[in-house]
Design a protein around this ligand. Structure first.
Ligand code: NAD
Length: 307
């Protein structure tokens, strides 16, 4: 079995290959990744820096990670701190953007509370990051256009959760599905703020002619997902590693698809560079759809193998 380091090295090579055209477009540009210290940031950041290292004759992609580092700067990001093409800015996205940001051509908004465990605990902070944080980035993009330094792409991370609980005949769910969502339930702080975030994006794109695109990720998994994250796969893994029974908050029959993070990140960069302005894109896999009970078995088997 490959070590984690080998898996990540293979993934990064594959990303450079799959994203030849997209990374060529980002070459010599400044890319802001808000929330870049998180799970998706792991491959978003390392993917671009790896491309720089393997394409040394081309102008590098300049990456700025803006994050509140609420859980500290993760080890993988610390290890990259000396990279001349990486800048770390500690900042809360719900506040006015720091002047030190300067001019950037591409913006990715992945700064949010993404784990159900945490967004239920911090619903207001969740809404603020998804809506007010987004608004600062959109206003920045408009101001850049007005000062003659137009941004070339903005990517907003929405979520498959904007569909709520689709009816059986709407699974797999097309982008045209309008959603079946509660505006007051326990998940509403997340689902509804992502929905409003999308509305903001579409209207800034239309009214001001800005290149704003939206990704709707379906559950991603893979390297970079913290064991304390509070999402289902790390929760199951933590139970097993702690020698406990897996704790399930349902009868285990709910079914979901899971998309490997490196595949998803290829999709996210494609949307950022090539996506249509004001358009939203599902990123996920259609099969296999597995129940939480089956997922528990799979996690148990893979954790056992690695012991
Ligand atoms: N990972 C998935 O499967 C998935 C699925 C659907 C949607 N999304 C969306 O994708 C985006 C990234 O998700 P992720 O899985 O990487 O989440 P994550 O929790 O691993 O990372 C989010 C990052 O944002 C930072 N952050 C949170 N609030 C902030 C604030 N106010 N100011 C600055 N930084 C802040 C956190 O410190 C963290 O580093 C989120 O918008 C999430 O809602 C992810």
């Amino acid at each position: 079995m490959k070590s984690a380091t080998e898996v990540i090295a293979t993934d990064l090579d594959l990303l450079s290959h799959q994203l030849r055209a997209e990374f060529d477009s980002l070459s010599g540009r400044s890319v802001l990744i808000a929330g870049g210290a998180g799970f998706l940031g792991y491959y978003l950041v390392q993917g671009a820096l790896h491309w720089n290292r393997t394409h040394a004759t081309q102008p590098p992609i300049l990456v700025t990670v803006l994050d509140n580092f609420i859980r500290g700067v993760p080890g993988w990001l610390m290890a990259l701190e000396q990279d001349p093409n990486l800048r770390l800015l500690k900042h809360d996205i719900t506040q006015t953007l720091p002047a030190a940001l300067g001019d950037v051509e591409y913006l990715i908004h992945a700064a949010s509370i993404a784990s159900p465990t945490y967004y239920r605990k911090f619903p207001i902070e969740t809404m603020d990051a998804n809506v007010n944080g987004l608004r600062f980035l959109l206003e920045y993009s408009l101001a850049q256009k007005q000062k003659g330094k137009p941004v070339e792409g903005v990517l907003y991370y929405s979520s498959s959760e904007i569909y709520g609980d689709p009816t059986r005949d709407s699974i797999p769910t097309p982008e045209s599905y309008r959603g079946y969502v509660s505006c007051t339930g326990p998940r509403a702080c997340y689902d509804e703020s992502k929905r409003y975030g999308e509305t903001l994006c579409v209207n800034f794109a239309r009214q001001y002619g800005l290149p704003i695109k939206v990704a709707r990720p379906f559950n991603n998994y893979g390297p970079g997902l913290k064991i304390t994250d509070g999402r289902v796969i790390p929760d199951f893994a933590r139970n097993i590693l702690g020698g406990e029974d897996i704790v399930m908050f349902s009868d285990g029959s709910a079914r979901r698809t899971f998309c490997y993070v490196a595949d998803a990140v290829a999709g996210y960069y494609k949307i950022l560079v090539k996506g249509g302005s004001g358009e939203a894109y599902n990123i996920g896999v259609e099969t296999p759809e597995i129940s939480m009970a089956e997922l528990a078995d799979r996690v148990r088997n893979s954790v056992t193998i690695r012991k």
